[in-house]
Ligand binder design. Structure first.
Ligand code: BGC
Length: 759
C-alpha cells in the first residue's frame, strides 16, 4: 500500500518535472520566435500591435474607428473586435496575413458575455444559481460557439463587485460578494480557456473592468470611485486576483478613477498591484476609448494621456487611436521608452502565439464548425437548465406556484410577448429571431390542457422617451394604443381566467451599460396595471424581469407570489415555464441584498458594525433611519423552493484551532417537503476582534445539494487559516488569533451560530 503510494508520488513528481521541462521548452521556443519577429519589426509596426480599433456592427462607445483596412495593410492594427461571422473575419485576417509587410495575424475579440447564439442568463442571474459546474460549462459552450465563428478572445468575465443597483451594469457582474465572485471568475476562466488555450475550442479570457468599476458614486455609470485601500483589497479586489490566479490571458482597464487617477493611466494599479504584487503576465487592454477619455478627466492632451497609459503598464489601446497617433512622438521626446513599447508589443504577440495564431491564422475560421457547433440542441438544453437555476422565488404565500396545467391562464404585461428582450443585455451575437417569447413557450407548455390568453396591458412606462432609451438595439416594444384601451383589455381577459401571470419589470436595455436608474420601483404604467389586475380579485403570479435589484416593497405587500426571472437568455421562455408549471423547483438564491427603498443604498450584507448598531427600527442615537428599517426587503443568499429544507443543529469539530490546522463545520439538511428540490447551504464567518474593524459576516463557503423528499445530507465545510485571512492596515494578508463566529444557514439572515478560537 505504502509502496504503491510512494510510486504514485514518484510518478507524479516525474510528470511534474517533465511537464515543467516541456513548459520551459515551449517558453523558450515562444521567446525565440518573438525575439526573431520583433527583430524585424519597425517602431511603427510595434506600435501598430498595440492598436485595437472596432469594426463590424456593434459599436459600444461614441466613436467608430475609420479606415480599418488600410491600417491593417500598413501594419497598424493588432486586433479587431465585435465582428460576427467567419466570412467577414476571414476577409480581414487575409488582409493582415497577405497584405501587411510581416503578415502578423490579427486577434479577434468580442463581448461574449453570457453566451454566443446560445445565450445563457445574464451574468448577474447566473450568479444566483451558485452552480460553479454549470457556470463553467456555460463559459465552455460560449467558447465552443464563439471560436467556431472566428472569435478567439472574449471580453469576459466581468467581475466588478457591485453594491449599487442604480448602476445598470450590475446585470453584467456576479453580485455583491467577493468570495462568490472569485469562485465564479475562476469557473468562467476555466470554461473559456479550457485545459489548453491552444485548443481550437478555447478562447482567451479578459478580466474586467480593472478596477472598482462597480462602485460609481450615486450609481451613475462612469462616475467617480473613491475608496480606501483596505476596502479595495478585502472587498473589491478578490475576484480580479482570482482571475490572475486562474491564468486569465488578459485584463481590461476600467473607465473610473482610482485614487483620483483614471485606472487606464494608474501605474500603482496596473503595474504595482496587477503585475508586481499578483504576478499577472498577460496583456492589458483599455476599455473603449479609455485613453482619450483621460483628456476629460483632466489628465492632459492625447499625447500626454497616451504616454501616461503606456507608462502605467497598459498595453493595448481600444479605439482611442492614442498609441497609434502619439507614441512615436513621445518616444522622440523621451516621454516613453523603447523598452516599454517593446514590452507591450511582446505581451500582445505572446497572446497571439499562445492562441496558435502564428501556426495557423485561420484556425478559428472553419465554416464547417460554424455550421455544426452553434446553437445546438445540446447547448440549448444546458442554457435552459441553467436558466431554471437562476430564478429566485421571493414569495409564494398562498402556494400558488407551481401552476397546474388546467383552466384559463391570463398572461399579461409588457414582457410577455417580446422576443428580442429575452436574451438580456450584452448579448452581441444573439440571434433573437430564433428564440421564443414567453407567450409561445407557455402555449407550448400547456398544450391542449389549458388555455393561455394574452394581453400586453401596458407599455413599459408612460414616458415614451424613457422607454425608447431603454429598448435600444432593435428591442423597441412601444404600443401606440391608449393607456385605458390596453389596460381594459388586460382586465377583461383577467376576469375570464383562473389565474394571472404578470410578466413585468425592465426591458433588457434598462440595465447594462449606460443604463443607470435613480428609481428602482416597478415602473408607473406597470404598477397601475398591477393595481387594476389586483382589483379583479384573481390570484396573481408576478414574474419580475430585471438586471439589478429592484425595489418591491409594495409588490411584496400586495402580490402573494413573486418569481424574479432576471434575463434568462435564449431559452428563458421555456425555462420560465419549466419552473412556473413545476417541472423544476426553483433553487436560485439572491447574490444581492434587495433594498426596501433607494435611500437604503448601498445596502449589503457584509457591512461593518457601527459603534451604535441597531438591527431594529428606530431608537434614538443609534444607527438607523426615521422612515425605514435598517434591514433589507430580502437578504443576500435568500430564495425559496417548492419544497422546504430543515437544518439540523450545526456542530464544529473543535472549539479551537491553530493557523496550520482546520475545523469542520457540519450540518444535516433534510428535504422536509414532498417534492425534490435543490438547496444552497451557506457558510459565513465573523472575525470577532481584529486590528481593523471586520465585517459582521462574510461568505466563506457554499454547497448546492439536491434532495429527494425525506432525504437528508450531511454538509461539511472545512475552515482553515486561508478562510480567516484579510488585508490589515498595512495591506498584509494575515489571520489574527481570537474568536470567530461561524454561521450556517439557507441565507445570510437565518443562520445558526457557533464560535471557535484561533490560537
Ligand atoms: C464596455 C466594455 C466592453 C467594450 C467593448 C465598453 O463600452 O465598457 O465592457 O468590453 O465596450 O465593446
Amino acid at each position: 500500500m505504502i509502496k504503491s503510494r510512494l510510486s504514485t508520488l514518484v510518478l507524479a513528481i516525474a510528470l511534474l518535472s517533465w511537464s515543467s521541462q516541456v513548459l520551459a521548452a515551449d517558453l523558450s521556443r515562444m521567446n525565440q520566435f518573438i525575439d526573431d519577429l520583433m527583430g524585424k519589426m519597425t517602431l511603427q509596426e510595434k506600435i501598430g500591435q498595440l492598436n485595437l480599433p472596432v469594426t463590424g456592427d456593434i459599436i459600444t462607445g461614441s466613436s467608430v474607428s475609420g479606415d480599418v483596412v488600410s491600417k491593417i495593410k500598413a501594419g497598424q492594427v493588432g486586433g479587431l473586435f465585435n465582428m460576427k461571422g467567419v466570412q467577414s473575419i476571414r476577409a480581414l485576417q487575409e488582409v493582415a496575413v497577405k497584405q501587411s509587410r510581416l503578415g502578423i495575424p490579427l486577434i479577434f475579440g468580442m463581448d461574449v458575455i453570457h453566451g454566443y447564439e446560445t445565450v445563457f442568463p445574464i451574468p448577474f442571474a447566473m450568479s444566483m444559481s451558485w452552480d460553479m459546474d454549470a457556470i463553467r460549462n456555460a463559459a465552455r459552450i460560449s467558447s465552443v460557439e464563439a471560436t467556431a465563428d472566428g472569435i478567439c478572445w472574449t471580453f469576459s468575465p466581468m467581475v466588478d463587485i457591485c453594491r449599487e443597483p442604480r448602476w445598470g451594469r450590475m446585470s453584467e457582474g456576479n453580485g455583491e460578494d467577493p468570495f462568490l465572485g472569485s469562485a465564479i471568475c475562476r469557473a468562467m476562466i476555466e470554461g473559456y480557456q479550457g485545459a489548453d488555450l491552444a485548443d481550437k475550442t478555447s478562447m482567451m479570457a479578459c478580466v474586467k473592468h480593472f478596477a472598482l468599476y462597480g462602485a460609481p458614486e450615486a450609481g451613475r455609470d462612469y462616475n467617480t470611485v473613491d475608496m480606501s485601500h483596505v476596502r479595495m483589497f478585502n472587498e473589491y479586489f478578490p475576484p480580479y486576483k482570482a482571475g490572475v490566479d486562474a491564468g486569465a490571458g488578459s485584463f481590461m482597464t476600467s473607465f473610473n478613477v482610482i485614487d483620483y487617477i483614471p485606472a487606464t493611466g494608474n501605474r500603482w494599479l496596473m503595474t504595482e498591484v496587477l503585475r508586481d504584487r499578483w504576478g499577472f503576465d498577460g496583456f492589458v487592454v483599455t476599455d473603449y476609448t479609455a485613453i482619450s477619455e483621460m483628456i476629460n478627466h483632466g489628465m492632459g492632451d492625447l499625447q500626454t494621456v497616451s504616454a501616461l497609459a503606456l507608462n502605467a503598464g497598459t498595453d493595448m489601446d481600444m479605439v482611442a487611436d492614442g498609441f497609434l497617433g502619439t507614441l512615436e512622438k513621445s518616444l522622440g521626446e523621451g516621454k516613453v521608452t523603447m523598452q516599454d513599447i517593446d514590452k507591450a508589443c511582446r505581451r500582445i504577440l505572446e497572446a497571439k502565439y499562445k492562441l496558435g495564431l502564428f501556426d495557423d491564422p485561420y484556425r478559428y475560421l472553419d465554416a464547417k464548425r460554424a455550421k455544426k457547433d452553434i446553437y445546438t440542441d445540446e447547448h440549448r438544453a444546458a442554457a435552459r437548465k441553467l436558466a431554471t437555476e437562476t430564478f429566485v422565488l421571493l414569495q409564494n404565500k398562498e402556494g400558488l406556484l407551481p401552476l397546474q396545467r388546467t383552466g384559463k391562464i391570463a398572461l399579461v404585461g409588457p414582457l410577455a410577448n417580446t422576443r428580442a428582450n429575452m436574451p438580456g443585455t450584452w448579448s452581441v451575437a444573439a440571434a433573437s429571431e430564433r428564440y421564443s417569447t414567453l407567450l409561445e413557450a407557455m402555449r407550448r407548455a400547456v398544450g391542449d390542457k389549458a388555455q393561455v390568453m394574452y394581453a400586453k396591458g401596458c407599455n413599459v412606462c408612460y414616458d415614451a422617451e424613457l422607454e425608447k432609451n431603454s429598448t435600444m438595439f432593435g428591442r423597441e416594444m412601444r404600443d401606440e394604443r391608449p393607456v385605458d384601451v390596453m389596460r381594459d383589455e388586460a382586465v377583461r381577459i383577467a376576469k375570464e381566467c383562473d389565474v394571472i401571470v404578470a410578466a413585468m419589470g425592465e426591458p433588457s436595455e434598462m440595465s447594462g451599460e449606460s443604463s443607470s436608474r435613480s428609481d428602482l420601483s416597478i415602473l408607473d404604467a406597470q404598477k397601475d396595471l398591477l393595481l387594476a389586475l389586483k382589483a379583479t380579485g384573481k390570484p396573481i403570479v408576478l414574474l419580475n424581469f430585471s438586471g439589478r435589484a429592484t425595489v418591491m416593497d409594495w409588490e411584496v405587500e400586495n402580490i402573494s407570489t413573486i418569481l424574479n426571472v432576471w434575463f434568462g437568455g435564449s431559452e428563458a421562455a421555456d425555462a420560465i415555464c419549466d419552473v412556473v408549471f413545476g417541472d423544476v423547483s426553483p433553487s436560485g438564491k439572491l447574490t444581492v441584498t434587495m433594498p426596501r427603498n433607494v435611500g437604503q443604498i448601498p445596502i449589503y450584507y457584509n457591512h461593518l458594525n457601527t459603534g451604535r448598531p441597531n438591527p431594529k427600527w428606530f431608537s434614538k442615537y443609534t444607527s438607523n433611519y426615521l422612515d425605514v428599517p435598517n434591514d433589507p426587503l430580502f437578504p443576500f443568499g435568500y430564495g425559496l423552493s417548492y419544497t422546504t429544507f430543515n437544518y439540523g443543529p450545526m456542530t464544529l469539530s473543535s472549539n479551537s484551532m491553530t493557523p496550520s490546522g482546520n475545523i469542520t463545520a457540519r450540518v444535516t439538511v433534510t428535504n422536509a417537503g414532498n417534492r425534490e428540490g435543490t438547496e444552497v447551504v451557506q457558510l459565513y464567518i465573523r472575525d470577532m476582534v481584529g486590528s481593523i474593524a471586520r465585517p459582521v459576516q462574510e461568505l466563506k463557503g457554499f454547497e448546492r445539494i439536491s434532495l429527494k423528499p425525506g432525504e437528508s445530507r450531511v454538509v461539511n465545510f472545512t475552515i482553515n487559516a486561508d478562510l480567516l485571512k484579510f488585508y490589515n492596515k498595512d495591506l498584509e494578508y494575515v489571520c489574527e488569533p481570537g474568536e470567530f463566529d461561524v454561521m450556517i444557514g439557507p441565507n445570510s439572515r437565518d443562520v445558526q451560530h457557533k464560535t471557535f478560537t484561533l490560537r
